[in-house]
Design a protein around this ligand. Structure first.
Ligand code: NAD
Length: 256
């Protein structure tokens, strides 16, 4: 379905981003990976699916790095057809103790980076009159939790950004949507489970169950594979008129 298309997934060396990259690769898209940590492992996993894979190590908090990455995708892959804004970080603290540099980093990586990739991707999408932009928001783009002021602000922000750009592109072949996952068991969430276990002096397994029970009625983690398959639907022709949606996949979290 996606042969001849290039998908750039930010923050795709781990977790949800890697899962989405693999789902798009299974449909034949070339993939540009991005993110920190081990790069060779994720590259090999995606290449094993038989598609061309590239990597750019842009720090998504840095607009100049982002511009360089978009230039790389243009030169090496003929431009970005499918843009998945996924890179994200978390920090948990009451607002009066929230470190200023953490606030700035969360807004830069979770929100402003999507502005930069989007503004740089849209001109070539307009020339082709086809494009798909998928922003990884969160249930925290729809509802809040205490101690996550920066994350909640960034995720509500990205839902608003998604709607605004969806309207600007509404008469074109470019669609823009957000996915709002509940808990997914990735390193980002494992850290919160470990912190909870340490804070409450309970086993990690109990902290994991408590974390789910507090918010996610299904009592099951959402998986990167499930989010990858939703991304595949959102890039398909069946989703041509899904525009500006904030689609929750959250085991019922936001229904409460
Ligand atoms: P993760 O920690 O497993 O992966 C984050 C990825 O982003 C990694 O590849 C990391 O290297 C990359 N990254 C971090 N900072 C970066 C930077 N400055 N520049 C470039 N890359 C950077 O996290 P995840 O759980 O897979 O989260 C992915 C996205 O999904 C995030 O936007 C997150 O907010 C969102 N999300 C996660 C959950 C969850 O439960 N895990 C729920 C809702 C939304």
């Amino acid at each position: 379905m996606l042969k001849g298309k290039c998908a750039l997934v930010t923050g795709s060396t781990s977790g949800i981003g890697l899962g989405i990259a693999q789902s798009l690769a299974r449909q034949g898209a070339s993939i540009v990976l991005n993110g920190f940590g081990d790069v060779e492992g994720p590259k090999a996993q995606v290449a094993a699916l038989g598609v061309k894979v590239g990597y750019h190590g842009a720090d998504m908090s840095k607009p100049a790095d982002i511009a360089d990455m978009m230039g790389y995708a243009e030169r090496e892959f003929g431009g970005v057809d499918i843009l998945v804004n996924n890179a994200g970080i978390q920090h948990v603290a009451p607002v009066e103790d929230f470190p200023v540099e953490k606030w700035d980093a969360i807004i830069a990586i979770n929100l402003s980076s999507a502005f930069h990739t989007t503004r740089l991707a849209i001109p070539s999408m307009r020339r082709k009159n086809w494009g798909r932009i998928i922003n990884l928001a969160s249930t925290h783009g729809l509802v809040a939790s205490a101690q996550k002021s920066a994350y909640v602000a960034s995720k509500h922000g990205i839902v608003g950004f998604t709607k605004a750009v969806a309207l600007e592109t509404a008469t074109s072949g470019i669609t823009v949507n957000a996915i709002c996952p509940g808990w997914v068991l990735t390193p980002l969430v494992q850290k919160q489970i470990d912190d909870r276990a340490a804070r409450e002096g309970i086993p990690v397994e109990k902290a994991r169950v408590d974390l789910l029970a507090e918010k996610q009625p299904s009592l099951q983690f959402v998986t990167p594979e499930q989010l990858g398959e939703l991304a595949v639907f959102l890039v398909s022709p069946a989703a041509d008129n899904v525009r500006g949606a904030a689609w929750n996949v959250d085991g019922g979290w936001a229904a409460q």
